[in-house]
Every structure is written in structure tokens, then in C-alpha cells.
Ligand binder design. Structure first.
Ligand SMILES: CC(C)(COP(=O)(O)OP(=O)(O)OC[C@H]1O[C@@H](n2cnc3c(N)ncnc32)[C@H](O)[C@@H]1OP(=O)(O)O)[C@@H](O)C(=O)NCCC(=O)NCCS
Length: 145
């Protein structure tokens, strides 16, 4: 398995398995190829984007997409999307991709990584095992239109 920075050429393969992952349990969302491609392409067009993929001879098996933002004297990386293809989950690929991302971000002098995910889900367990914690200080606020 190779862990490398993503390129624009990866977007169409990534958007295919991204839609399959989040249309499946436990997320059961409603992604089309068009909407998943736009989400990932928009992220890739954001200033300070850094994306990584895990790839072997069968193709790309996982992605980590996000971008860093300046915060006073620091740089904080917002991990927008992270997923492993449905038929490759549970093989340790997610953990290894996250380690590769942490190493890359530390090498780039990023001070912090953060993400949004659903409470009390397998994803929360995964992130906690990868060293993330639930912020005791910050809350997510939203308003619906
Ligand atoms: C969550 C996800 C990224 C984990 O990647 P993965 O490659 O399947 O996970 P790994 O095999 O690397 O497992 C790493 C650790 O997380 C734990 N973990 C992974 N999936 C889990 C699950 N469904 N429930 C509980 N723990 C889980 C593993 O037990 C493992 O712990 P261990 O090191 O103590 O054995 C992947 O399953 C996925 O893409 N899920 C759907 C999309 C998603 O939820 N994305 C993240 C939130 S937006």
C-alpha cells in the first residue's frame, strides 16, 4: 500500500468510492457521482488544500481531504472528508492513512488537526483510536434554513 498526496487525476476515482461509502450504512446518505465529485473538487480547489490517498495495485482504497488555515501564529488543518472504500474497511488502511497524514502535517509545521463527525458512531471510535479527542471547549453551532 502506498500513501501519497492526491492529484486532480484522482478525483473521479475518489468521488466514486466516496459516494458508495457514504450511501452505505451507517451513514445511508444520498450522494450522486456529480455531488460527490463537486464536494471533493471544491475541497481540492480550496487554498492550502492537502489531500492524501492510499493506493495499491487494485486502485485507490482510501482518501483524506482537507486544508489548513492560518490561526494567529499557527496552522490548523481541517479534515473535511476521510473514508476507506467499503470493501477495504477493517484492514488497517484507515489507521495507516491517518498516520501518514499526521506525519505529513507535522512535517509541514501544522499545529492541530480537527474534524466534524457524528457522535457515538464507529467513526468516533476510529478517531479516538487515532489520537483525536472530543473537544471539551468547543461546540458546533448551526442554524437551519
Ligand atoms: C471509519 C473508517 C475511516 C475506519 O477505517 P478502517 O480502515 O476501516 O479502520 P482500520 O481497519 O484502520 O481500524 C483502525 C482502528 O479503528 C477501529 N475501527 C475501525 N472501524 C471501526 C468500527 N466500525 N467500529 C469500531 N471501531 C472501528 C478499529 O477497531 C481499529 O482499532 P484497533 O487498532 O484497536 O484494532 C472507515 O471504516 C470508513 O471509511 N467508514 C465510513 C466512512 C466514515 O465513517 N468516515 C469517517 C467519518 S466522516
Amino acid at each position: 500500500m502506498t500513501f501519497r498526496e492526491s492529484t486532480p487525476a484522482d478525483l473521479s476515482a475518489c468521488s466514486r468510492f466516496f459516494a458508495e461509502v457514504f450511501n452505505a450504512a451507517p451513514w445511508d446518505e444520498n450522494w450522486s457521482l456529480e455531488s460527490s465529485l463537486q464536494r471533493l473538487s471544491d475541497c481540492a480547489a480550496t487554498p492550502n488544500f492537502l489531500g492524501m490517498v492510499a493506493e495499491d495495485d487494485t486502485g485507490i482504497a482510501a482518501l483524506a481531504f482537507g486544508y489548513w488555515q492560518r490561526y494567529q501564529e499557527e496552522q490548523h488543518y481541517y479534515l473535511l472528508e476521510f473514508c476507506v472504500a467499503n470493501d477495504r474497511q477493517g484492514e488497517g488502511i484507515g489507521a495507516r492513512l491517518m498516520e501518514a497524514l499526521h506525519a505529513r502535517l507535522q512535517n509541514d509545521n501544522v499545529n492541530r488537526i480537527y474534524t466534524l463527525t457524528a457522535r457515538e458512531t464507529p467513526a468516533q471510535d476510529f478517531y479516538e483510536k487515532a489520537g483525536f479527542y472530543v473537544s471539551p471547549k468547543m461546540i458546533l453551532m448551526a442554524r437551519r434554513y
